[in-house]
Ligand binder design. Structure first.
Ligand SMILES: NC(=O)c1ccc[n+]([C@@H]2O[C@H](COP(=O)([O-])OP(=O)(O)OC[C@H]3O[C@@H](n4cnc5c(N)ncnc54)[C@H](O)[C@@H]3O)[C@@H](O)[C@H]2O)c1
Length: 363
């Protein structure tokens, strides 16, 4: 049953994001996509084991033939080296310009399948079926698709908008806690950028409220999607305001790289990075110190960390590879207050180092 819908506008039209209890309603919406020759489901085996039977049950009797392509999970498999095999699999299936890819999984499946859809025969249609919280509130919204190179994440990508996004909420019941926290960190980010009732909701709830109260979960997911959609509607290709979605990510990428992607999940690193950005915001924009304390307290309720113990100079060294640089100067997204953001703020090395040192001694 569909429980919510948000529309995303883009330069070539628009698409809907549906929040649903289960898979019901997907079939009729796929049938509304004109002239689909065949359907290719891209997914990972562990996700297929849990949910493919439900998807197939929903699609039973649909006219186009259905085929399945299995991808290996994990960031290292969202890789350019897997791309050629996927094209060959599509050719063997008989995929043509009227084929439709269904990407069922987290951000890894969504980004990879979206990249294949955007390039196979110069672009075919695809539908995102997110099964992680992060994919629901972040990666499936906005049309960015990419694969990794050995020398960097998301180095080869395009913008390719889906026909729709259909989120079956019941799939979150099997999501490990680590993956919940990845989505929650992005919800925290959206709440701080949006302010108002989104921040109030985040501050007043906790991890267990989200996991065990479906009304709270639905509201927080829908609000988060709405916020991200409103930003990407204004700036589809990240020339301007879309950059705010990088809040916390400069430090996050640096500590992930410094700790060889093994100490923190991406969500934990983003949570730490948000706090670094807020300490800089206190220094540069007089962001209220008492709010910083409230935010750290809120992060704790979602079991998210707020600091890292590595040396500030080492973290800084790893920031130098950040894509959001102007010459040698790093640029940050900062807040003047909750809901009042600034992006492209140049910050000097000494201020960054000082902020990270302050962060280690926080609370
Ligand atoms: N395109 C964008 O705008 C954008 C934005 C943010 C992140 N991303 C990308 O998203 C990716 C991360 O996505 P993610 O956090 O969803 O990770 P993921 O896709 O790797 O999924 C995390 C893990 O959860 C498992 N899983 C998925 N759904 C499950 C379920 N319902 N039950 C049990 N297990 C399940 C997966 O098999 C995987 O092991 C990164 O590659 C990142 O670059 C893209």
């Amino acid at each position: 049953m569909i429980v919510g819908e948000k529309k995303v506008n883009h330069s070539l039209g628009s698409y809907s994001i549906y929040l649903s209890e289960d898979f019901k309603g997907l079939k009729e919406r796929i049938e509304n996509i004109p002239s689909v020759s065949n359907i290719i489901i891209f997914t990972e085996r562990p996700i297929a084991q849990l949910y493919l039977k439900y998807l197939e049950l929903e699609l039973a009797g649909i006219k186009p033939s259905i085929h399945i392509v299995y991808l290996k999970g994990g960031e290292k498999n969202k890789h350019i080296d897997r791309v050629k095999k996927a094209y060959h699999q599509l050719i063997d299936i008989g995929a043509d310009r009227k084929s439709l890819i269904l990407a069922m999984g987290g951000g890894v499946v969504g980004d990879f399948s979206g990249f294949i859809a955007s390039t196979y025969q110069r672009g075919i249609r695809f539908v995102q079926i997110p099964t992680t919280l992060l994919a629901a509130v972040d990666s499936s919204v906005g049309g960015k698709v990419a694969v990794n190179l050995n020398k960097g994440k998301n180095m080869v990508g395009t913008f390719h908008q889906p026909e729709m996004v259909f989120m079956p909420l019941f799939t979150l019941s099997t999501l490990p806690k680590k993956e919940w926290r990845c989505g929650i960190a992005e919800i925290a980010k959206h709440s701080l950028l949006a302010g108002g009732h989104m921040w109030e909701d985040f501050r007043n709830h906790s991890y267990s409220d989200m996991k065990y109260d479906s009304d709270i979960l639905k509201k927080m997911i829908l609000d988060s999607i709405e916020f991200k959609a409103s930003i990407v509607n204004q700036d589809e290709k990240e020339g301007g305001v879309r950059q705010i979605l990088n809040l916390g990510h400069t430090t996050a990428h640096a500590i992930e790289s410094l700790t060889k992607y093994s100490k923190y999940s991406h969500g934990e690193a983003v949570a730490i990075g948000i706090i670094t950005a807020l300490i800089l915001s206190v220094e540069i924009y007089k962001f209220p110190k008492e709010l910083l304390k409230e935010i750290v307290t809120a992060m704790v309720k979602y079991d998210l960390p707020s600091k890292d113990s590595n040396k500030a100079s080492e973290i800084f060294e790893h920031m130098k590879h950040d894509k959001k640089k102007d010459g040698n100067v790093l640029k940050f997204v900062l807040l003047q207050n909750i809901g009042d953001y600034k992006y492209g703020v140049p910050v000097e090395k000494k201020d960054i180092i000082q902020a990270i040192k302050t962060q280690v001694n926080l609370i």
